[in-house]
Design a protein around this ligand. Structure first.
Ligand SMILES: C[S@@+](CC[C@H](N)C(=O)[O-])C[C@H]1O[C@@H](n2cnc3c(N)ncnc32)[C@H](O)[C@@H]1O
Length: 301
């Protein structure tokens, strides 16, 4: 079984406080619940949690993102079944906040299942406008449809295209590319040193990620906004993918303004040099956020 140091050794030169990082992935991330404001309010959920014996507090990102102490199976509580909240990592919830889709807009979620970010976008849009939630995997789309129903979302239709071939007929105000990735940000070790999340079967992920990001950009209406997100630390799946977009399209990288500890995107790694605008990307590390690892790039055309 590889140790954390072994598995992430290639990143030790850019992940700050690498030993603290390794220690953090041997602990559970904080439990985060996104209150579903289409069904209820944060104070109602906080009261329900107190009745179940759990203390919660709002996160620095938003009042409807609650951090809950000691809650290990949030999906089993009454509030989850009623669709009052959705369990979602804090850093994952940042994606929809950064993309910031507005009520009434046309939004595309190119890799959407099982729908955590689709349903978050729907609630930010107050269930107005339209979201096209696409995923290549039909079984995972069923999970998305179940989640949308549970959470009372009605402004979303689903499609099942390979995202890189998504039809270009319709243009969108906002596009999310939450790309399939190696998932390293979710790696955690239990107290016996066993790795609980394993590397996913990958194929040529960076190639697919480049194709998805280029198609996501081509789907934007003039002045539209695109968010590229992954839950991996690997620069080949993050900065290198964004670099291809900057080289092949007239894309602009925008700063992200939220109150959460992060590091800027890399400007070089090994023999690679990346565009200096990569500093606007966010790298999120578990020892800074008590959440899971994430990468975000906010892009305009
Ligand atoms: C990181 S997950 C998305 C998580 C989702 N956005 C959420 O917040 O619940 C990546 C998804 O991409 C889908 N996927 C993989 N290859 C794809 C492709 N070529 N086109 C569209 N979706 C794809 C997978 O089935 C998977 O559901």
């Amino acid at each position: 079984m590889p140790s954390c140091h072994d598995l992430f050794a290639a990143y030790a030169d850019f992940i700050p406080d690498f030993s603290t990082f390794c220690a953090s992935v041997q602990t559970e991330p904080s439990c985060c619940l996104r209150v579903n404001t289409l069904r209820t309010r944060p104070d109602v959920v906080r009261t329900m949690l107190i009745e179940e014996g759990y203390h919660s507090r709002p996160s620095s990102l938003a009042d409807d993102l609650l951090l809950v102490d000691g809650l290990t199976h949030p999906g089993a509580l009454r509030g989850a079944l009623l669709g009052y909240y959705h369990s979602q990592a804090l850093t994952s919830a940042l994606a929809a906040l950064v993309l910031d889709p507005q009520p009434g807009e046309m939004t595309c979620d190119l890799c959407a299942a099982p729908g955590s970010k689709t349903s978050h976008m729907a609630q930010i849009m107050r269930d107005e406008g339209l979201i096209v939630a696409n995923d290549r995997n039909g079984k995972r789309l069923s999970m998305l449809e179940f989640n949308l129903k549970r959470l009372g979302v009605s402004n979303t239709v689903t499609t099942c295209y390979a995202g890189q071939n998504f039809p270009l007929r319709q243009k969108f105000d906002r596009v999310l590319v939450d790309a399939p990735c190696s998932g390293e940000g979710n790696y955690r070790w239990d107290h016996t040193g066993r790795l609980r999340h394993h590397r996913r079967a990958s194929g040529d992920l960076p190639r697919l990620q480049r194709q998805l990001l280029l198609r996501g950009f081509d789907l934007l209406a003039p002045g539209g906004t695109l968010l590229y997100a992954t839950c991996t630390y690997n620069p080949s799946e993050n900065e290198a993918v964004v670099q291809t977009l900057l080289e092949q399209r007239p894309a602009t990288l925008e700063p992200i303004q939220f109150d959460l500890a992060h590091c800027p995107g890399l400007q070089h790694w090994k023999a690679q040099t990346y565009d200096s605008r990569m500093q606007h990307c966010w790298r999120l590390y578990p020892h800074h956020t008590q959440s899971v690892g994430f990468f975000l790039a906010r892009i305009r055309n």
